[in-house]
Design a protein around this ligand. Structure first.
Ligand SMILES: *Cc1c(COP(=O)(O)O)cnc(C)c1O
Length: 455
């Protein structure tokens, strides 16, 4: 048997992040100020983010050096391994070659520390003492709790209430790293109080928790805000994944025909595919397929509108051009909390609009079926988010079985599911259900899209 795992030496870990912005065939639509309809300036963002990150958000440079302090921390778990999924291939009886790059070996168990550590570093350099953020299932909150702990920054996390109640262990993880966690909606902010007045039992949403965290940061001098996905600089930090994967695929003497990943805000998957997409843009690999996988219950790319919308539920953030289900959309409480976001990274949306990437939506039960198949072949128990990508990978591998093609499939494996045992129990005991595409709720939410001044 050939090798089942490809390790990179520490000395071969990339020392720069890859910035796709200058390589895009058409420029990314501008981020707009909601009041004026004009493109936002770095000054508009300065109350929320450190200059280092704002520069990256708009950077025309192809590569950005990873600071030594960040590299040093990356090296405590990076480079991550690339695996060949021989046992899964055999179980599926497919001629496809399946590779997966596993990001679950970071201390927080996912890809998110790749950006959490970088963001904490740039805030630290600028003398920021306190950061606020939101978290859904708790993966982002825990990654940032770890990042802030490493740089001695205080962290307050607004955690979506359903997750706060259903997933106490992620909260305790954050608290163990020293963060303060409160359920959102909370009575600490206007956005939270307004929602509680309307609906005291509101289960919360990522969009609402963002509103609370942004309001908290915007109203305090010593505090910045941090976002775990969606924005250009977050995707940039994740490109360490795809750059490593390129080197490892070379070691395996393979180039992917298909790259598959799950998308909530899009950061883990963009981190994987962006370092490959230039080959497609330049025509070197015109047939490379890039498949974004989302839940049927929150089908942003497959059913959303491509329009300017707010990043948060209360309508406080700048306007982003993205596929959106409407910022007022409250997705059903599926277990893949990290995929319950009404919008999507503008970079991914732009690439989708240009026809350079594709998207599929998958139902919840089928994702857990795929996750259990993966656990019973490859051993890893995957995050419910990742199970979406595994589902689509298996589907593509089964198509290869039909056609007899031995395509190379590269799966972005975003993290482990060790804190999601309740979801697995629900699946194993036959209690897990699918949620229909909430067409009526999406329609209602889309009616509230902001009018862009002057447009
Ligand atoms: C947060 C999370 C996701 C979704 O976020 P993206 O920004 O789309 O990557 C996916 N998988 C895991 C394990 C996560 O923690």
């Amino acid at each position: 048997m050939e090798r089942a795992i490809y390790f990179l030496d520490q000395k071969d870990m990339p020392t720069r992040w890859y910035n796709v912005l200058p390589d895009l065939p058409e420029p990314l639509p501008a981020v707009l100020h909601p009041g004026t309809g004009q493109p936002v300036t770095p000054d508009d963002l300065a109350p929320l983010f450190p200059v280092g990150l704002i520069m990256q958000e708009f950077s025309p440079e192809n590569y950005i050096e990873i600071p030594d302090e960040v590299q040093e921390i990356y090296r405590t778990w990076r480079p991550t391994a690339l695996h060949r999924a021989y046992r899964l291939e055999k179980a599926l009886d497919t001629p496809a070659k399946i590779f997966y790059k596993y990001e679950g070996t970071s201390a927080a168990g996912s890809h998110k520390p790749n950006t959490a550590v970088a963001q904490a570093y740039y805030n630290k350099v600028e003398g920021i003492k306190r950061i606020t953020t939101e978290t859904g299932a708790g993966q982002w909150g825990s990654a940032l709790a770890m990042g802030c702990m490493l740089f001695g920054i205080e962290l307050k996390v607004y955690m979506v209430r359903v997750s706060y109640e259903q997933k106490p262990y992620r909260r305790i993880l954050m608290e163990t790293w020293g963060a303060r966690v409160i359920p959102s909606p909370s009575s600490d902010t206007n956005a939270g109080r307004n929602m509680l007045a309307k609906d005291p039992d509101c289960p919360g949403s990522l969009g609402l928790a963002i509103s609370e965290a942004v309001e908290d940061a915007a109203t305090r001098e010593d505090t910045h805000y941090s976002l775990g996905s969606v924005l250009n600089h977050v995707l940039l930090h994740q490109t360490i994944i795809g750059q490593e994967a390129r080197k490892q695929m070379e070691m395996a003497d393979c180039y992917p025909d298909i790259i598959v990943g799950c998308v909530g805000g899009g950061s883990n998957f963009a981190g994987m595919f962006l370092p490959f997409i230039k080959d497609k843009i330049t025509g070197k690999k015109p047939r490379l397929r890039i498949i974004n996988v989302e839940p049927e219950s929150c089908p942003t790319l497959t059913k959303g509108l491509y329009a300017y919308d707010f990043g948060d539920a209360a309508g406080m953030t700048p306007l982003l051009k993205m596929f959106t289900l409407g910022h007022e959309f409250m997705p059903p409480p599926v277990h893949a909390g990290g995929l319950r976001y009404h919008g999507m990274a503008p970079i991914i949306c732009h690439l989708h609009k240009l026809g350079l990437v594709e998207a599929v939506a998958v139902p919840q039960v089928a994702t857990f079926e795929a996750g259990v198949t993966f656990a019973r072949t490859e051993g890893i128990i995957s995050a419910p988010e990742t199970n979406h990508a595994i589902r689509a990978t298996i589907d593509e591998a089964l198509k290869c079985k039909e056609s007899g093609e031995s395509k190379v499939i590269l799966l972005a494996h975003s993290g482990h599911g060790h804190f999601d045992m309740a979801a697995y129990e629900s699946y194993l005991s036959g209690k897990l259900t699918d949620y229909e595409y909430p067409e009526e709720k999406v329609k209602a939410a889309l009616a509230s899209l902001p009018r862009v001044p002057g447009a």
